[in-house]
Design a protein around this ligand. Sequence first.
Ligand code: 13P
Length: 342
Amino acid sequence: MSSDELNAVACAIVAGHKGILAADESGSTIKKRFDSIKLESTEETRRRYRELLFTTEGIESFIGGVILYDETLRQSTHDGMSFAELLLKRGIVPGIKVDQGAKPLALHPGEKITEGLDGLRERLAEYKLLGAKFAKWRAVIEIDERDIPTRYGIHANAHALARYAALCQEAGILPIVEPEVLMDGEHDIARCEAVTSQVLEAVFTELSAHRVRFEDMLLKPNMVIAGKKCAQQASVQQVAEATLRCLKRYVPAEVPGIIFLSGGQSAEDATDHLNAMNTMGPHPWPVSFSYGRALQAPVLAAWQGQEDNVAAAQKAHLMRCRLNSLACAGEYARTMEGPDHP
Ligand code: 13P
């Protein structure tokens, strides 16, 4: 794919206030999600769950892309259509998580480095044949009182993100660059802003050094938010202002879209924060979503692994997708929550 085509894929994903459904949980992460509804994680239960998500009628109006996991990209609907083909037919762009998870960073206790660069060129070529048009790589940055993250921890992760993004562009696959500053911990919103700033600065410096074209990527950042255990939680307005301030300082206007991760926020909070940012526009880039938990938690709760609950689960799914798309337009209100709202 040429540069123009990669940019077109990025723009198509976020056009019309659409966002991404992150359904790329690894085997161990989806097991945790299924444990919460007491469902055994098998290849078939995972396939049935992803089929429920991808066949929900109407989501194509709100969802421009879906991130898949390796196993899911190789799976099909019960009547034999590959998930990638199904999504493409519905006008939704299929993508693939290509990192192989965050492992402890040697000699840096408390920090992690994402692995998966070795052999990535060959894996990208195969994923392209299987229908993936974009890829995702997640770097994980933890905040801790003990001078964590270190400068080196940030640099190592930014460097790996840039090597991944360059390999994607070489392969003609759109890279989603995801540096996630975790919301675990006791830090306040100011510390999150300082660390997120350092991380974004390092990421764009490395992307530039690796000759990655900013117009041919999407950025998937965390919002600037207080740690879950911080006594002083910030208001919706404060989160929106701090997040935009930080992004506007460090993210070039050439980037065709910002698609936030939800990172452990409740479904309602993630939508509310996104909405608040979009009431404060215009911004240099579309400000949208690429949520995993914030889209799927209500679906799993409604489904409970039961065939009889599929319709209710798909209804919950469609509603979350629609509310987040409204938030991309700055037209969401908390009063729209609840089963009876149209
Ligand atoms: P969450 O929205 O649950 O953070 O997941 C998004 C994602 O893709 C994490 O890599």
